[in-house]
Each structure stands twice: as C-alpha cells, then as structure tokens.
Design a protein. Structure first.
Length: 214
C-alpha cells in the first residue's frame, strides 16, 4: 500500500530533521559499558552501529574488541561537514579511524540500510533509532524493522535510550509491541548505566534489547 501524501510529508520532515539534528559522539568505552559487551568475545564478528555520528564506537570495536564493525549515518555523505556540525569534541580515535579504516563508515539512512540481509551478529544504536527516527512513527518502525533485517537469526539489536520522556508523543513502547506482533523477535527492557566522567556522574539508562528469533 502506497504511503499517503501526508505520511510521505511526515517522513520527509523526519528525515530532514535527522540530517540536520545535533551531531553527537558518545565514546566507544562509554557505549561498551552501556551495551554490556566488555566481556563479550567479538573477535571476527560483524557488528553494526546505526546513526553513529562522530562516535568512535566502531573504532573501539575494531581495535579493542577485534570485531569487524560498520558504522552507518546519514551524515557520512559529507564527513567534513558532519565533523564541523558536531556539538561534542571529536575524539582523536574517530579522526584517526577516518584515515586508517575509512571503509567502515558508510553513508546510509536508517530506514533503508545499505547492507544485505542477516550479515551482522549485533547491531547497536544510541540516540539514533530512538531519539531521532522516532520523531515519526512510520519512519521509526521502518528503521527498526530494517535493523532487524540486517542481523542474522539469534542476532541482537540494542537501542537506547528507551524512555518516553525523550519523545514528545511517548509511543516508544508501542513501537516494540508492534515489533513483537511481527512474530520474529523477542524484546526485553533492560536497565543499564551511562558513565559521564566529565560530569563525574553515572546516569541510569533504559535500553531495548531485541533478539531475532527466525
């Protein structure tokens, strides 16, 4: 069924917001703690970071975890502009990785990921699938389903922050209820933590952990 003109307009506005929203770059070590993967063996494992901005998480996965990471972001169409727009200090690790492993940074949109079906074991998204694409319900659903498409059976997608206060319409739980009705995933709400050393604080962060069943 074709999208209505109004739905297409909403999606266009949401994509425009995604392309111009504030650019952030949460460090790889912080995200590793949030996702609780410090003790997970990722050597040789394909991992995807969605809406990654200027985060050095992919570089952390490549160097520290010896994984085979890809990072996708709509901003990678013009990396220099993305870095200029960044609201956070761009880490030296991210800048080095652009030269050393530029191939892991892929331009793409979250609702239409430029990857084949089932090629990743893990996919992650912080302040991207939730926090950006969920400005529009249909775009968020399309993005979540496409993230599930690119992970294999038994693969896991983690998305954060899972919290209604970040979304004006407060429909995040409904997104995951819809996903469960698709019948091929299980969904858990998990309490985790995000350590911000600059502020000397640890923040409680809820995440959604989606496992692909078949």
């Amino acid at each position: 069924m074709a999208l209505s003109e109004l739905a297409l307009l909403r999606q266009h506005l949401a994509l425009s917001f995604a392309a111009e929203c504030p650019v952030t770059g949460t460090s790889g070590e912080k995200l590793a703690r949030l996702y609780e993967i410090d003790d997970v063996n990722l050597e040789g494992v394909r991992v995807l970071d969605i809406c990654s901005g200027v985060s050095d998480f992919a570089e952390y996965l490549r160097v520290k975890k010896r994984a085979v990471p890809s990072a996708v972001d709509i901003g990678y169409k013009d990396m220099a502009r993305l870095i200029t727009r960044s609201e956070s200090q761009v880490s030296p690790a991210f800048l080095r990785s652009i030269a050393d492993a530029s191939g892991m940074y892929v331009y793409g949109q979250a609702h239409s990921l430029p990857f084949a079906d089932g090629i990743f074991k893990y996919a992650f998204s912080f302040n991207g699938l939730l926090g950006v694409t969920d400005q529009d319900h249909d775009l968020a659903m399309a993005s979540l389903r496409d993230a599930i498409r690119v992970i294999g059976v038994g693969g896991v997608l983690q998305v954060a922050p899972y919290d209604d206060q970040f979304v004006p319409r407060g429909y995040q739980p409904h997104l995951f209820e819809e996903l469960k009705r698709d019948g091929n995933v299980s969904v858990q709400e998990v309490n985790s933590r995000l350590y911000i050393p600059e502020a000397g604080s640890i923040y409680a962060v809820k995440k959604a952990v989606v496992t692909k069943l078949h």
